[in-house]
Design a protein around this ligand. Structure first.
Ligand code: ADP
Length: 880
């Protein structure tokens, strides 16, 4: 069964190439390997078991059938006589990481059943499961995306709350938190999205997790015992080597503690090494950060761009380390709400922004730290190679350099982070002394340890030296002694060293030569003396290799021993990297430091939308001001389609968000009163079918905003009510603005864009509503969008102009203009300052009972579904 050295290439397709009855693993015969494979399979029933057989990883039975199509390799089989054929497939061991990554990306779990013993011909090699890989338990660089964290999160709900414990095996960070609600709650979904969960662990007895909870993330169901509270406490104490949980602030998060027990037990079962110093427990503090819902993250293109552009994360990312890139992404998804913390970040960015040389030298030093966090994780897990150790050595040299570079820094964020950039001296020295400058990728062939670094290694290398010199001189010596000029000394893996003599000289071969191998035209011989030297050379080489491995292991263990210090330094490097990145953006994109306070004001001079500005190219974006304060809480922004309403709304939200992330902002001046939440609701897009389902989503999201916003929130509502008929749409839009204005807990800063120019009359009735419009210049029939926001409301919708711009034929436009004129004659629309009562502008008679009922509606007290039902009912009654 073993295929050692056969060099079989995997085939391209996933079809069964061997016909015949396909049988199960249990029905196949009992070769020793298959017997053991069955046992391993029984221990890991939910994993694909990859058995290392010589140069291949093989799978059998159902595993092979499942994996072959994912891997794109041929499904072959092994015959068991009349019983049938057992399906098999395999991949070469040297290319295994790529294949394993595919299985993990397909959400599968993989158990590696490796050869752990010495390979002795004719004897079964010892094998053991060395690693169980699943999407959330990976620390190996081969399988991870550099810029993203992949956490394994256990969820434990009881009594209407859910505890979350999210472990990142590539950094050792264990985050604990609790959220209100069960597995179907919105806060839980949002929390999981923020945490970049790659795998969910759920208790068997929990209510089945609903599909709404991260449907694309693989889930693993664990027996309830995994979540046992007292075992969980013991586990946390053990992996952190502490006596009490008090220090972690876990008193009120019992459910999260249970979840932590599960995730730790699960990771141990996956053969992850969890040691004190590596595992660091952190309680997530919900009050410090701003919660951003999924729509807002998407609408503001925080980490994923809509359409062809770049995301905000990509625009801001000038980081020099993967750790910095990961932190930047995390910070964008969780802006701060605490003014002092925000100010501290701005101080750091400001200091770096005015110091170009400091930014450059700091950038170089940071780059040299590379991904120290994941390098340390690999050392802890024992999977680090010689080049990983060299990278740690380089990082250790860079850390003190960073301290030096920042020795005169003023900002607290910079000085505290710099102080944490500590490399353990003894470890750094050991790495410098032992490791060669440029070690090979694998330790297999030696050459990793410097000469004269380890006396024992030198002795072993020296022991072989005499024999090697003797062999090196043999060819010349024997040529002279035998008079055979073409005699050669060579080496191969099967026969070791040999002397080769062409047949023409066979007669001159000395008696002591022993024939070993016949080739076409030559014979190969050995001699006792040569074999003696060979034993010395090979023995010394093997022992030298073993000594090298031992030394490398001590270095790896040394890094693991210092995990806590090195991980802390990595975290500090990530912070510095993010500040530097934001400073680079500020300078290169001409951004300014915002003033952040608790005033509840938003006051921006000449703000720009960073992503639209980037897409348009230099000099083409029209900057705009924005003012929201106690007297002017709500801006109703009108203007034709494509004028720039949406861009303006998102721009204001982005500036607030950037300021609270700790960044400078694209404006000439900005004062941002801290927002506790930023909500964005962008109405159904023109290109989406405006059916009921779209509308329902729109209303459900609007309802959620009305429920969750507070007076300190910023609400962006773009084209609310677009997904339904005009009157419905306008009624809802108006009711929403009135509610935001009047409901006591709200009165929040709101930007409301609409193409219903009729809504501008609201400003006359509601004192804290003002109108703004996007300016257009008209020249006869032609209009040009100026993209400038000016006070006052638009008096018409310019729909026909937009139709013309879009290339609608002239005849149609003429007819449309006629119709519009007729309609306007029949039903005059209230302009701002007009004398028609406000409600009339909606085209609904004021005495209509639906209007009265709408005005009375307690939107807050309605669930989204009830709101929809009500709406459907109102529409029914409003339709003549
Ligand atoms: P609306 O929401 O009014 O339909 P958008 O905000 O989507 O309009 O803007 C339409 C397009 O106009 C944008 O894609 C952009 O190219 C351009 N635009 C918007 N605002 C500006 C601006 N301030 N300066 C320059 N171009 C702009």
């Amino acid at each position: 069964m073993t295929r050692r050295g056969q060099g079989r290439a995997p085939h391209e397709s996933g079809v069964v190439s061997d016909p015949g009855l396909v049988i199960d693993l249990d029905d196949a015969g009992s070769t020793p390997i298959l017997q053991q494979y069955r046992v391993v399979k029984a221990q890991h029933p939910d994993a694909l078991v990859l058995a290392r057989l010589g140069d291949f990883y093989e799978m059998f039975g159902a595993d092979a059938q499942e994996a072959a199509p994912i891997l794109g390799v041929a499904l072959t089989g092994r015959g068991f006589g009349a019983a049938g054929r057992l399906p098999m497939c395999g991949v070469p061991h040297h290319a295994a990481p790529g294949y394993i990554r595919r299985l993990l990306e397909a959400g599968r779990r993989v158990a590696l059943w490796d050869q752990v013993g010495e390979v002795v011909p004719g004897r079964l090699v010892d094998r053991a499961v060395t690693r169980v890989l699943s999407p959330g338990t990976i620390s190996e660089a081969d399988y991870l995306d550099e810029t993203r964290v992949a956490r394994c999160a256990a969820l434990y709900c009881s009594g209407g709350r859910t505890g979350v414990a999210a472990f990142d095996p590539a950094s050792g960070e264990l985050l604990l938190t609790e959220v209100a609600g069960g597995l179907d709650s919105v806060p839980l979904r949002e929390e999981c999205e923020r945490l970049d969960v790659a795998e969910l662990l759920i208790a068997q007895d929990a209510d089945a997790a609903p599909p709404t909870l991260l449907p694309t993330i693989p889930r693993t169901v664990l027996p309830p015992a995994f979540f046992d509270s007292s075992r969980a406490r013991e586990r946390i104490l053990a992996v952190t080597a502490t006596q009490t949980l008090d220090a972690f602030g876990l008193q009120e998060v019992d459910r999260a503690v249970c979840a932590a027990g599960a995730v730790l037990a699960y990771c141990e079962r996956a053969r992850l090494t969890l040691t004190a110093g590596f595992v660091h427990v952190r309680r997530r503090n919900d009050s410090a950060g701003m919660r951003l819902d999924a729509q807002t993250r998407r609408n503001l293109e925080l980490v994923t761009a809509l359409g062809g552009g770049v995301s905000l994360a990509a625009l801001l990312d000038r980081t020099r380390t993967p750790m910095g890139a990961r932190l930047l992404r995390a910070r964008l998804l969780e802006p701060l709400t605490e003014p002092l913390l925000i100010l501290a970040r701005h101080d750091a960015v400001a200091e770096l922004a005015v110091a170009p040389r400091l930014r450059d030298t700091l950038g170089e030093a940071l780059a040299a730290v590379r991904d120290l966090e994941r390098l340390v994780a690999r050392c802890v897990q024992g999977s680090a190679g010689p080049r990983d150790l060299a990278a740690v050595r380089q990082a250790c040299a860079a850390l003190p350099a960073i301290q030096d570079i920042l020795s005169r820094a003023q900002a607290g964020e910079l000085t505290t982070a710099a102080a944490r950039c500590v490399a353990p001296d003894d470890l750094a020295a050991r790495l410098r002394e032992l490791l060669v400058d440029d070690p090979p990728g694998s330790a297999r062939d030696g050459g990793c340890i410097r000469a004269e670094a380890d006396p024992q290694l030198d002795e072993l290398v020296g022991a072989g030296a005499g024999a090697r010199t003797w062999i090196a001189g043999l060819e010349d010596g024997e040529r002279q002694r035998t008079g055979i000029p073409s005699l050669k000394v060579g080496y191969n893996r099967v026969f070791g060293y040999y002397i080769e003599v062409p047949n023409a000289h066979r007669r001159a071969v000395p008696d002591e030569y022993v024939r070993k191998q016949t080739l076409v035209g030559a014979e190969r011989y050995i001699t006792t003396a040569l074999k003696e030297r060979e034993t010395v050379v090979l023995g010394a080489r093997e022992r030298a290799l073993a000594r090298e491995l031992e030394l490398l292991q001590t270095l790896t263990a040394g890094v693991a021993d210092h995990a806590a210090v090195l991980l802390d330094a990595s975290a500090a490097v990530a912070i510095l990297d993010v500040h530097r990145s934001l400073a680079c953006v500020a300078v290169e994109e001409n951004w300014v430091r915002p003033l952040v306070d608790t005033s509840g004001v938003i006051d921006i001079d000449a703000g720009r939308h960073p992503l639209v500005e980037r897409a348009l190219g230099p000099g083409r974006f029209v900057a705009n001001d924005c003012r929201l304060d106690a007297a002017e809480r709500i801006v109703v922004l009108t203007g034709p389609n494509m004028a720039g309403k949406s861009t303006f709304l998102r721009q204001v939200a982005l500036l607030a968000l950037l300021a609270q992330v700790g960044s400078f902002v694209p404006a000439e001046r900005a004062r941002i009163g801290i927002c506790d939440r930023i909500f964005t609701r962008i109405g159904a897009q023109d290109d989406l079918s405006a059916g009921l389902s779209t509308f329902m989503v729109e209303m459900a999201e609007t309802a959620a905003i009305l429920r969750q916003a507070t007076s300190r929130s910023l609400v962006i509502l773009d084209e609310i009510g677009r997904g339904t008929s005009t009157y419905d749409g306008m009624s809802i839009a108006q009711a929403v603005v009135e509610h935001l204005h009047d409901a006591p807990p709200l009165n929040c800063r709101t930007l409301f864009a609409t193409h219903f120019h009729e809504l501008t009359v609201l400003a006359e009735r509601l004192p804290r509503v003002t109108n703004a419009r996007v300016d257009v210049s008209e020249d006869g029939d032609a209009i040009t969008f100026l993209h400038r926001i000016v006070p006052g409301g638009a008096d018409r919708s310019y729909g026909i102009h937009v139709a013309r711009l879009a290339g609608v034929p002239a005849g149609v436009l003429v007819r449309a203009r006629q119709l519009l004129a007729e309609l306007e004659r029949e039903r005059p629309v209230a302009g701002s300052g007009g004398d028609v009562p406000a409600q009339l502008s909606l085209g609904i008679a004021p005495e209509h009972p639906v209007v009265a009922e709408l005005a009375q509606l307690d939107i807050e007290g309605l669930t989204p579904i009830a709101a929809l039902n009500k709406l459907a009912e109102l529409r029914e009654r409003a339709t003549p």
